[in-house]
Design a protein around this ligand. Structure first.
Ligand code: GLN
Length: 199
């Protein structure tokens, strides 16, 4: 399969390397014309405001349309922010592809980065997850399934499960963290299974 990676800023190479290890073809997407002939698209982590600024109107329009048409999309960290319907504190959204609200840089300054292990529905347990100035999800719409939660030591939540950090709605998968920075390929395999099922 041919998997596009949005390559405007952020952890692009790392996702391409994982796609290669899983023996599929990675393809760089910088503009709307690059969206042809891809079976799925990964939106990497980085800085959502920077990526957002670098996306031209045509790319936003075509990508939003492909999302509605069912192209499998996987947003990690900043990529999740780009796909969300709503961002806390009023920043505008770009793609409106999944009915969640996200809180940027939500785990606070002192622990801007940390690594943990998650149990992920449909994937398994002890999945390593690297959080870098990560967002978490503060609201999920009716059609959204939360796949993983993280119980933070420094942040309190009324939910006994912790903060939602991975979710899926139809063809759209999002994670607060960076699965491409670990050697565990299970999350990318899960996304590739979504792509395979859609084709
Ligand atoms: N803090 C970044 C943002 O708000 C996301 C960080 C990341 O992608 N690792 O866009």
């Amino acid at each position: 399969m041919r998997i596009g990676v949005l390559a405007l800023q952020g952890a692009v190479r790392e996702h391409l390397a994982v796609i290669d290890r899983l023996e599929h073809e990675g393809s760089i997407v910088k503009e709307a014309a690059d969206l042809v002939r891809i079976d799925g698209l990964i939106l990497p982590g980085g800085e959502s405001t920077a990526i957002s600024r670098l996306m031209d109107e045509e790319l936003v329009r075509r990508l939003s349309q492909l999302a509605r048409d069912g192209l499998p999309l996987f947003g990690t960290c900043a990529g999740m922010i780009l796909l969300a319907n709503q961002i806390e504190a009023g920043k505008s959204c770009r793609l409106n592809a999944i009915d969640i609200t996200v809180h940027r840089n939500a785990f606070g300054r002192q622990i801007e980065s940390f690594e943990t292990k998650l149990t992920i529905t449909g994937i398994g347990s002890n999945v390593p997850a690297v959080f870098i100035r990560a967002p978490y999800i503060t609201r999920v719409g009716d059609g959204v399934q939360v796949l993983a939660y993280h119980m933070s030591n420094s942040k309190t939540t009324s939910s006994s499960l912790g903060f939602p950090v991975m979710a899926k709605e139809k063809n759209v998968l999002v994670a607060s963290f960076h699965p491409e920075l670990t050697d565990d390929l299970r999350i990318h395999r899960y996304f590739l299974a979504m792509v395979e099922a859609a084709n």
